[in-house]
Ligand binder design. Structure first.
Ligand code: ZN
Length: 290
């Protein structure tokens, strides 16, 4: 089958070369014996049929391609042998790193490290939520700023956002007031989770019902990809901080301090970098797709 095709092909090539008196122009395009040899002995063509298809593709690329190209091209430069094959397109890869395409420039992003001060949030296994939230949020701030975003932190130290002595609800309201007063484009609340069941682990992202689900999905999948954490998905929630915001808002629960393994990871600086990269990638992807 392949041999018959090959013979037909060679016949076509010979006939065209005889009928079209321009063959000398393409002498440089004809593969030399070493090119054919390397195609035949190539490790990417382990079988006999593989070698034959390599030879066929060489014939197509080097001989038939240029000839057919000429047939449809009347320009004199082409006839003179100035045949440039179009550059091969770079292979599309879904694993390509997320590129900051400048989409963050000029964006106002409020980063809200949950809890702080007299309210440490979840504490277990030597992990303190308010500290973890702040550490990741500060990393996120730096990375977003580097990409040109204006970042507003609701807190930058281990303190409440509302004046000391305020209730938790007043503290949450103070965080929202900041986001609204600055007309933020995005509101990102950073939290760590807690459960009575020490076995439960994983990352989840909440969003206000009816809005922000795309932002939540983008950040959730990007964080799971970077950290390899258990994907607990996204969920609409009616948390105060999410319910009252007018801009797209999410609350990410990075992991469970109640799970000993995850608590250790959340205390690890390298793991915090991975989470940060994931949140950043998710935000960029979300903004790119808008
Ligand atoms: Zn929390």
């Amino acid at each position: 089958m392949y041999y018959r095709k090959l013979i037909h092909l060679l016949l076509i090539v010979i006939v065209i070369n005889i009928m079209v008196p321009i063959q000398l122009t393409y002498a440089a395009s004809v593969p030399d014996s070493s090119a054919i040899l390397s195609a035949l002995t190539s490790t990417t063509a382990p079988s006999g049929t593989g070698s034959l298809s390599a030879l066929l593709s060489l014939l197509f690329d080097k001989i038939l391609g240029p000839l057919l190209n000429i047939a449809g091209n009347q320009s004199s430069s082409a006839v003179a042998g100035n045949i440039a094959r179009p550059p091969a397109k770079p292979p599309a890869s879904s694993a390509a790193p997320v590129q900051d395409s400048g989409v963050l420039r000029g964006k106002i992003i409020v980063v809200d490290p949950g809890h702080g001060g007299s309210n440490p949030g979840a504490v277990a296994n030597g992990a303190r939520e308010s500290d973890i939230n702040l550490a990741v949020s500060l990393k996120l701030r730096d990375q977003l700023q580097k990409a040109g975003a204006t970042v507003i932190m609701t807190r930058q130290t281990d303190s409440m956002v509302a004046p000391a002595g305020s209730t938790n609800n007043q503290d949450l309201a103070a965080r929202l007031d900041i986001a609204e007063a600055k007309s933020a484009d995005l509101f990102i609340a950073v939290h760590s989770n807690d459960n009575e069941d020490r076995q439960i682990a994983g990352t989840m992202t909440f969003f206000p019902s009816g809005k922000s689900d795309e932002l939540a999905a983008a950040v959730q999948s990007a964080v799971v990809k970077e950290t390899n954490s258990i994907d607990k998905g996204t969920s609409p929630a009616t948390f105060y901080v999410l319910r009252k915001t007018s801009m797209p808002s999410i609350l990410i629960e990075m992991g469970f301090v109640s799970n000993p393994t995850e608590a250790a990871r959340l205390n690890d600086d390298g793991y915090r970098n991975q989470i940060t990269q994931g949140i950043f990638n998710g935000i960029v992807r979300y903004l790119n797709n808008r």
